[in-house]
Design a protein around this ligand. Structure first.
Ligand code: NAP
Length: 246
C-alpha cells in the first residue's frame, strides 16, 4: 500500500474547503477535491495542481445517495483507501428578512429541511459511504466543519456576542456536534479520530465575504485535526484557541 496519505474534502471548490485541500496538498497528501459542479470542480483541481498539490476531482453532491456512492467507488479506484475525510460542505439557507437573521417563527420548513439535509444528513451519508475506505487506513481522521454558533453553551451565555439568530443554520451545527460525539463513541477503541472544527468568522461566499479571517486562516483548525497523531483527541470541538464548549 502506498505511503502517501489520501484525503477527501467535501465542498472543496472554494472557500475554506479549497484551502483545507490546498493545505493538505502542501503537506504531501493526495487530495480528492469533492464538489457538486463539474466546471467549478475542474477549475479548483487545475488550480490546486498548478500550486503543486497532487489533487484529483471527485464529483460529489452530499445530498445525493447515488452521487455519494459513485464518489466512494471513484475513490476505491483512484486510491483504494482514505486516510482523512473532511466533511466541509455546508449551506446556511436564506434569511427570513432583509438582514442575516433567520427568525424561527418565520422560517420556511423546506429551508430547514434543506439545511439539515446538507449540513447533517450529508455528513452521515458521506461518512458512512467512505467508512470502508477509512477503515483501511492505519490512522483514519474525520473532521466535521462545525461553527461556534452551534455551541449551545455560547448561544445561551448573555456575555458572548454570537451574532444574529440563525434558526435554520445554527441548530444544524449543534446537531452536527452531537453527531460527532456519537460517531466518536461508536469508534471508541479503534484508531479513528473524529472531531468538529470551527473556522472562525471567515470571509467567503457563505457570508457575502463578511468576516475578519481569511479562508487560509479558517482552514487551519481542520487541517490540524485532520493530521492529529495517533492517541490524539476525539469526540471534541475545537477552534484555533482550543476546545469550544458544547
Ligand atoms: P462557501 O465558500 O460557501 O463554500 C461552501 C462549499 O460547500 C462550496 O464548495 C459549495 O459548493 C459546497 N456545497 C454546498 N452544498 C453542497 C452539496 N450539497 N454538495 C457538495 N458541496 C456542497 O462556504 P465556507 O465559508 O467555505 O464554509 C465551509 C464550511 O465552513 C461550511 O460547513 C460552513 O458552515 C462552515 N463555517 C463557515 C464559517 C464562515 O465564517 N465562513 C464559519 C463557521 C463555519 P458550490 O460552490 O457548488 O455551492
Amino acid at each position: 500500500m502506498s505511503e502517501t496519505k489520501v484525503a477527501l474534502v467535501t465542498g472543496a471548490n472554494k472557500g475554506i474547503g479549497y484551502e483545507i485541500a490546498a493545505g493538505l496538498g502542501a503537506l504531501g497528501y493526495r487530495v480528492g477535491v469533492g464538489a457538486r459542479d463539474r466546471v467549478r470542480l475542474d477549475t479548483a483541481v487545475e488550480k490546486l495542481r498548478a500550486a503543486g498539490a497532487d489533487a484529483f476531482g471527485v464529483p460529489l453532491d452530499v445530498t445525493g445517495d447515488r452521487s455519494v456512492t459513485d464518489a466512494a467507488d471513484l475513490f476505491e479506484r483512484e486510491a483504494g483507501r482514505l486516510d482523512v475525510l473532511v466533511n466541509n460542505a455546508g449551506i446556511s439557507g436564506p434569511p427570513t428578512g432583509s438582514g442575516w437573521e433567520q427568525d424561527p417563527t418565520l422560517l420556511d420548513l423546506d429551508v430547514v429541511r434543506a439545511v439539515v439535509e446538507t449540513n447533517v444528513i450529508g455528513v452521515f451519508r458521506v461518512t458512512n459511504a467512505m467508512l470502508p475506505l477509512l477503515r483501511r487506513s492505519p490512522s483514519p481522521r474525520i473532521v466535521n466543519a462545525s461553527s461556534s454558533v452551534g455551541s449551545l453553551t455560547w448561544q445561551t451565555d448573555p456575555g458572548i456576542d454570537v451574532g444574529p439568530i440563525m434558526a435554520a443554520y445554527s441548530p444544524t451545527k449543534s446537531f452536527l456536534n452531537a453527531v460527532t460525539v456519537h460517531y466518536a463513541r461508536q469508534f471508541a477503541g479503534t484508531n479513528i479520530l473524529i472531531n468538529a472544527a470551527c473556522p472562525g468568522l471567515v470571509a467567503t461566499d457563505f457570508n457575502g465575504n463578511f468576516g475578519s479571517r481569511t479562508p487560509v486562516e479558517g482552514a487551519a483548525t481542520a487541517i490540524r485535526l485532520a493530521t492529529l497523531p495517533d492517541g490524539g483527541p476525539t469526540g471534541s470541538f475545537f477552534n484555533d484557541d482550543g476546545v469550544i464548549p458544547w
